[in-house]
Every structure is written in C-alpha cells, then in structure tokens.
Design a protein around this ligand. Structure first.
Ligand code: LMR
Length: 352
C-alpha cells in the first residue's frame, strides 16, 4: 500500500514537471522576436540538387552549408543531397512543397508549371556575355523583380532566397553546328520549358524534355542527338564522351533560383532567418565568383579528353543563330513572361 502511494506521487511529480517544461517551451516559441521556433531548438535543412558537388551550384551549396552552420553556432545543420540522389527534376519541387526537403536551387526552366514567368531566364540570347548576367538578374532589375516578387511562387509556399548562375549554354551533338540550318532534323534534349522548345523549333530541330539525370543515357543510346548546357554540366556528367561536337554558342543561360519552403522558413526564430538569408547572399556572391572559372576549367578538360571538337563561332555566325530566335521567341512569350518585361528587355537589346 505504502509502495503504491509512493509510485503515484512520483507520477504526479513527473506530470507537473512535464507541464512546466511544456509551458516554458510555449513561452519561448511563437516568436516574440517575429520568427517562429523555440530558442535553443535545432533545425535541419535538407538541400537537394541534381548536379555534382564540383559544379557552380554544387560548390555554392557547400559554401551555404559551411556559412549557415558556422553562423548559427550549429543550431542549423545543412544536409546536401547532390546528383539527384534524393530527388530529381521530376519530384524535387513537390518534395520542397511538402517539406520533405527545405531548399533547392533548380534552373529557371524547372519552374515552368509552377511559375511560367520564370522562363524569362530561358529566353535565347538574353545575355551576350557572362559579364552582363549580374546586372540583368540583380534583385532590382526588371527580370530580378519578376522572380523575387513572383506571386505564383509565393502562392505555392516557395520563397526566393537568391539567384545563382551556372553560366551560358553551349550546343552539343554528333554533327558540326556552324549555322542554324545545320540543326535541321536533329533532336535535342531540353529542360521542360516551352521557350526552349520554341527556340529549337526556330532552328529547325525537334526537342524532348528529359530530367537531367537521364541526359547522359539518352545521348549515349541515341534517344536524342544533342543537348544544351554550360561546359561544367557537360563535363561533370561525361556528356562530351558521347558527343563528338560542341558549338560554343553562348546562346542561353542556366540560372538557378535558390528557394526555401516558406512555412519552414517562417518557423525559424528571427535570428536564424537572418542567418539563412545572409548565408544565401554570401553563397550567391561565391557562386558568381566561381561559375566562369569552373566552366573554363571544364572546357579545358573536355579539350584534353580529345573526344569532342569544340567550334568557336565568329560574331557573324553567332548572330545568325540569334536572328533566327530574337525577337521572335521573346515576342511569342510576352504574355507568359509579362509584356512590360519583354518590352523593357527588347529596348535594352536595341540600345546596345
Ligand atoms: C539541366 O537540366 O540541364 C540543368 O538545369 C541541370 C542543372 O541543375 O544545372
């Protein structure tokens, strides 16, 4: 009898203690500081992407992880899953929205179904050289605003944290491609973007949207004849080993939209929200610093491999590719991208 009473009082003490702990947590949570989450609580950010760790995106993700973990004093851990090992192109946005991962940096074209206006970054010949990129995609530019303030992304619980670069795309296939006519009848793998489909149509080629992880096999097995990507993606996926020709066309851009699950972000205490944003900014600067260098190194590696002839176009030859798609493709997608934005971009092009 005495022993049973002792056990009951121990249980009561434990219940009171548990209630006190819960009350204390409640007081610290709910964000008197504007954020959510309890002080002292630890968080994990799963960051999934589809390229290798050696690429401009892979390296920027690594830098982001290092900076966040250091600045948060270990309260945030970033787990990076590269190379489509956790999620690939077809399911990563869904994984982000369901909070199975918290961050991604997909290329603009991967947002086509969620936020079609992001195809602005897929417009052919948006940039003539990599030096033009930072200005055109800065948060204050017309194109930058269209991305940072995109309502479709916000409505999908997706918050933009930055814009990362890979760089400019080159054409690869098993045929010399010196003029747009030389693409006639070839089929190219594209990212899932209508703008990209139309670009290849204008050059007389057909296109098939495929996930990035499928590109090497599709080229090797002849499912498609060619593809378009910056050198770093071509080299790191060994695409050059199954493509005899690359044309350095610099005809399009691979820009990444660094995104976070907004609900997750809101649950972070305000100081950690700040850490995540400033670390994203630092990773963006780092990404810009390394992207051009990594692409130049990848081109050199491809040249050394001796598998692929790289053709540098003359300005006139590049212009012929451009004339076939600008302004026609830009104008065709004015309603998708935004008529004012297209008018601004065309005015900028014409003033050059
Ligand atoms: C592609 O699918 O070709 C690229 O978007 C891959 C990437 O993330 O750079």
């Amino acid at each position: 009898m005495i022993r049973r009473q002792g056990r009951r009082s121990k249980v009561a003490v434990l219940m009171v203690a548990a209630a006190l702990v819960l009350a204390a947590c409640g007081a610290r949570g709910a964000g008197a500081d504007g954020g959510g989450g309890a002080e002292g609580e630890n968080f994990t950010i799963k960051f999934s992407h589809v390229v290798t760790p050696a690429t401009p995106k892979g390296q920027a993700a690594q830098r982001f992880k290092e900076v966040v973990e250091e600045r948060s004093g270990g309260r945030i851990t970033v787990e990076i899953y590269p190379n489509s090992e956790l999620y690939g192109d077809k399911d990563e946005l869904q994984a982000l929205q369901s909070n199975s991962v918290q961050m991604l940096a997909p290329a603009s074209a991967k947002f086509t179904t969620v936020a079609p206006a992001l195809q602005v970054l897929d417009l052919p010949f948006l940039f003539d050289s990599v030096e033009d990129i930072p200005e055109v995609v800065s948060p204050d530019s017309a194109a930058g605003k269209a991305i940072y303030e995109n309502e479709a992304l916000a409505a999908s619980n997706i918050k933009v944290m930055g814009l990362w670069d890979n760089g400019l795309k080159q054409l690869s296939s098993n045929t010399e491609m010196r003029t747009p006519d030389s693409l006639a009848g070839l089929s190219f793998r594209i990212q899932p973007s209508d703008v990209l489909r139309t670009q290849f149509e204008k050059w007389g080629a057909s296109s098939t949207p495929l996930a990035f992880a499928e590109v090497y096999n599709a080229l090797q097995q002849g499912v498609v004849n060619g593809q378009e990507n910056p050198y770093s993606n071509i080299e790191s996926q060994n695409m050059h080993t199954v493509q005899s020709h690359i044309t350095e066309s610099n005809h399009g851009y691979i820009g990444y939209v660094l995104v976070i699950n907004n609900q997750f972000f809101e649950t972070l205490p305000a100081d950690l929200q700040e850490v995540v944003q400033t670390s994203a900014d630092e990773a963006s600067t780092y990404n810009r610093d390394v992207a051009a260098k990594l692409n130049a190194e990848a081109r050199a590696t491809i040249e050394e491999a001796g598998t692929t002839t790289i053709l540098d176009l003359t300005p006139e030859e590049r212009q012929a590719f451009k004339d076939a798609v600008v302004p026609s493709v830009w104008e065709q997608y004015a309603d998708v991208v935004g008529p004012d934005l297209i008018a601004d971009l065309l005015a900028e092009q014409n003033s050059q």
